[in-house]
Design a protein around this ligand. Structure first.
Ligand SMILES: [Zn+2]
Ligand SMILES: [Zn+2]
Length: 292
């Protein structure tokens, strides 16, 4: 009963924030085209390419917002439904323990690998699963999310392994459209000799400028942070809470076991579609560390 209430309230807040985002976007667009601005002049025939380019960027930003906001960010429970591999299975653990002493090298290695993997895995008591590496339970979504970054209240969705690239592209387009809109708004101000007349004539532009400036500050700083994260293969959660994360807290501050270099990190962030085996990377990293 409590859970469904929470789901309903999340649904309502999701509808509200998406409506609010759309209303804000449409509102500012209306101010810019129903007043004497560069955009309106462009769309009325003076520079149609300029006007169409602005509208295309605005539409792309909105589409990316809805993709990032509505798509599954990488809930672990879906994997459990499909494969059942990550569900807590005590008999599996017992088998591994029992088989340790039978003298078979290969099996011993498997047990060792499993133990190394188990060491890096955290258990989610809400979902009753062993979490793959880089997974975290989100209390807002009520689910475990792969390569969890953060729960974004503006999307009312988690940013995780599946939608992080769309979130970054959304930030990029949003930053570009906001800077463009600031430039158009700035050019639209009417000049009057008295301050009262000036305020009266420019009230809408002033409101737009305030909203756009706040948006620009938030979006550009987020874009810078996430660009750094994507090229170093880190998540916001790992960056902020490293000392509390099982698989990272014992490593040196400068070490990131998932880092494969700027180019590969960037390429895989945008192009690699299936879920990635972060556990395997962790085991490989600890093997390399033990060998050296
Ligand atoms: Zn969970
Ligand atoms: Zn969430």
């Amino acid at each position: 009963m409590g859970r469904s209430k929470k789901e309903l309230s999340r649904l309502a807040s999701g509808i509200f924030i998406r409506f609010f985002h759309t209303a804000l976007t449409v509102g500012i667009f209306c101010v810019l085209i129903f007043n004497d601005t560069e955009l309106r002049n462009a769309l009325t025939g003076k520079n149609i390419i300029y006007g169409v380019a602005f509208i295309c960027l605005l539409l792309a930003t909105s589409v990316l917002y809805f993709i990032a906001s509505l798509m599954n960010p990488g809930y672990v429970i879906l994997d459990v439904e499909m494969n059942g591999w990550s569900q807590v299975d005590s008999s599996d653990e017992e088998t591994a323990e029992e088989s340790e002493g039978d003298g078979n090298d290969e099996r011993q290695k498997m047990v060792k690998d499993k133990k190394a993997k188990d060491k890096s895995q955290r258990k989610c008591s809400y979902c009753n699963i062993k979490q793959p590496a880089r997974t975290k339970h989100c209390e807002d979504c009520g689910r475990c999310v792969r390569r969890f970054d953060h729960h974004c209240p503006w999307l009312e969705n988690c940013v995780g392994e599946r939608n992080h690239r769309f979130f970054w592209l959304f930030l990029l387009c949003q930053a570009a459209i906001i800077i463009w809109a600031i430039r158009i708004t700035w050019g639209g101000f009417y000049w009057h000799p008295t301050i009262q007349d000036w305020l009266r004539a420019n009230a809408l532009y002033l409101i737009c400028m305030l909203v756009l400036s706040l948006g620009a500050a938030a979006v550009i700083s987020l874009l810078c942070c996430h660009t750094f994260m994507l090229f170093t293969n880190q998540t916001t959660w790992e960056f902020m809470s490293r000392h509390r994360i099982t698989y990272l807290r014992n490593l040196d501050e400068s070490v990131n076991p998932f880092d494969e270099g700027y180019c590969r990190n960037g390429l895989k962030f945008f192009c690699y579609c299936p879920y990635r085996s972060w556990d395997v990377m962790l085991v490989k990293y600890s093997d390399l560390k033990n060998a050296s």
